[in-house]
Every structure is written in C-alpha cells, then in structure tokens.
Design a protein around this ligand. Structure first.
Ligand code: KG4
Ligand code: ZN
Length: 334
C-alpha cells in the first residue's frame, strides 16, 4: 500500500465462501468493531455435510439482513465505509457469487470501492485480529476444511507456498471420520472432543511423514474405516486418528522450521480451533525457539473479520463501485 493511502475508517468484510453468511467491520489495526454470522449448521445437519445449492439459497436469504445488523450494531451507514472487502474464492461458486454480487451492488448504492479478497489470505491474517501480531518471517500452517498447506510469509502479502495436500485436507478427514463415527455435523469439532475421552491405542499410518512438506490424508481416512469395521472402540479410534494427524502436522512444521530461519509459527483455519493442536504447537515452538501466533479461537474458523482485515492490504487495488471482483478459485493465486 502506498504511504499516502489513508488507513482511516472501517472496512466491511463479507464472507460467503461456504456455509456461513458473515459480515464484520474492522479497522486498519485489526480491531473488530462488529461481527454478525448467520449459521447454516441446522440446514446441512440432515445431510451430514454442506449441500451446495441449499448453502447458496440460504446466503441469498440472509446476506442483506446480516450486513444490515452489522452496520446497525456499530451505529454507521454504508456511506461511512472506507471499502467493502468480499471473499472472491476459493470456495463454493454459488455461495461466492451471492457475496460478490451483493457487495458489488451495495458498492454502487453507497459509492464505496469493492475489494476482492482471497479466502486463504484472510485465514493467514487472522492471528492479527483483536490486537494479535505476526512476527515475520513466519511459517504458516493453514488447516481448514478445504485446504492444508505450509507457507513461508515474509510479510502479510509476501507468501510462498512450501507444501500442500496431495489429496484430502486435514479438516475434511476430520469431518469424514466424524461421519463414520456417527458424530453428526459438523464432524471435526466432535472428533476433537471424542478423542479427548479415549486412548490412542490403535495403530494408524502417518502418511508421508518422512517425505518433504506435502501432505496426504486419504489413506489415513481409509485406515480409520478399516479399524472401525474390525470393531475398534470409537473414542480410542478418534484419539488414535487425531494423534496421527497432529503428529504429521507437527513433524512437517518442525522440518520446515529447521530448513530456514523463522521468527514465528502461525496456525490458522478451522482445525486451529483444536486445543490439543494448539498445545502441541506451543511445545514445538518452545523446542524450536519460535514464537507461536494463533488467531483468537473465534477467528480460527471462517469469519468475515479476517476478510475485512485483509481488505486493508488490497486497498490500492480497489475496484470502482459496482465492479464485480474477479473470482479466484486456485491456491496458486494466493
Ligand atoms: O476454516 P474453516 O472454518 O473453513 C474452511 O475454510 O474450510 O475450517 C473448517 C474445518 C472443518 O473441516 C471442521 O471440521 C474443522 O475445520 N474444525 C475442527 C475443529 N473446529 C473446526 N477440526 C478439529 N478440531 C476442531 N476443534
Ligand atoms: Zn476457511
């Protein structure tokens, strides 16, 4: 951003990439002034996963009231905004288009610029919400429902991807194991909770643990299905699965931290809401002499505050009011 770009006022973040309709107001320092989320959990629960068409329809129904409530709770109107930042991808295309079109329409009505924000960049900024800080260079582990990746961050907008998953994301593996164990939707947090009540007594693979910085989780998922078919106790199976996942994640982080000097490790995305993962990351950072920068728990999973904060990085790239930001669906466009 050029030094003359004023960083005053508030950016409205709009996030509709998956199954939550979210809006938030954030200032340039990462203070969250307002945040409203319309959850779709009940809608998708009966299907055991996100039903994309229903997600899009629910976004259509809730997006305007969600934005309205966000502005009202802060006592401002749309014309007072510095800009609107909206998730442009990756995500479910029908869901993304609801947010993008709404943001583009409102930007005409309010005469404010609209910024298209990469959802993964949003997660990577989340440790800086509510007064947090990232010390660069940082090693970033992004563990969400859609992605698992390791990246080097030399600044909030200087990101080099070091490794990604060859198949499933770790969050997806959590969700599928939750479904196998009949834990309802969303499965990930339920697996995390059940694991705490069991013992990691079942031998499961640690895919690709000895090789490089890429990940693979589909074989582990299959191994869990086989163990369940052989009669493994659910709590012990959940505990063994979580132990295998986190051992792989921590081993890859340790490897990356040993390869280059880093001042900090950041872990973001929905799986970063797991308290045991946070504890293991804290031990690893102590061992490696790095600082651990985590998002506050409520900003680990999808939210609009991280999109609004990232919007400040994009201010110089603002689209004129009404322009639909280009949709970006690939990790390589980070
Ligand atoms: O970042 P996120 O909210 O959405 C995506 O961008 O995908 O991540 C959602 C993922 C889901 O797979 C969910 O099961 C997982 O994060 N998740 C958790 C926990 N909370 C959410 N996984 C493990 N333990 C948790 N406590
Ligand atoms: Zn996400």
């Amino acid at each position: 951003m050029s030094p003359q770009t004023p960083r005053d006022g508030l950016i409205l973040g709009v996030e509709t990439s998956c199954d939550d309709t979210a809006a938030a107001l954030v200032d340039a320092e990462g203070r969250v002034i307002a945040s409203v989320v319309a959850s779709q959990t009940e809608i998708h629960a009966e299907f055991g996963g996100v039903y994309p068409e229903l997600a899009s329809r629910a976004h259509v129904a809730t997006i305007v009231p969600t934005i309205d409530k966000t502005l009202t709770s802060a006592g401002i109107t749309g014309q007072d905004l510095r800009a609107i930042a909206v998730t442009r991808g990756p995500g479910l295309i029908g869901s993304l288009l609801v947010g993008l079109n709404t943001a583009a329409g409102l930007s005409i009505g309010w005469d404010v610029p609209v910024l298209g924000v990469n959802h993964l960049r949003g997660h990577l900024r989340s440790p800086e919400l509510d007064g947090g800080e990232i010390t660069y260079p940082a090693l970033a582990l992004l563990v969400s429902g859609g992605h698992t990746l390791l990246a080097r961050m030399d600044a909030s907008d200087k990101i080099t991807v070091l490794g990604t998953t060859r198949d499933d994301s770790v969050g997806e593996a959590f969700d599928k194991v939750g479904r196998m164990l009949d834990l309802g939707y969303p499965g990930g947090p339920a697996v995390d909770r059940l694991a705490a009540t069991g013992q990691p007594t079942i031998d499961l693979p640690r895919p690709m643990i000895r090789d490089g910085l890429d990940f693979s989780f589909s074989g582990l998922k299959t191994a869990v299905a086989h163990a369940l078919a052989k009669g493994a106790a659910p709590a012990d199976l959940a505990s063994s699965f979580v132990e295998a996942c986190f051992e792989v994640l921590m081993t890859k982080c340790r490897r990356a931290l040993s390869q280059r000097p880093y001042r900090s490790l950041i872990i973001v995305g929905g799986v970063a809401a797991s308290i045991p993962l946070r504890a293991q990351a804290s031990d690893l950072c102590e061992e490696m002499g790095a600082t651990l920068n985590l998002p506050p728990l409520k900003w680990a999973t999808d939210n609009a505050a991280m999109i609004a904060l990232t919007g400040w990085d994009y201010l110089d790239l603002a689209n004129p009011p009404g322009t639909l930001p280009e949709v970006r669906l690939k990790v390589s466009e980070l």
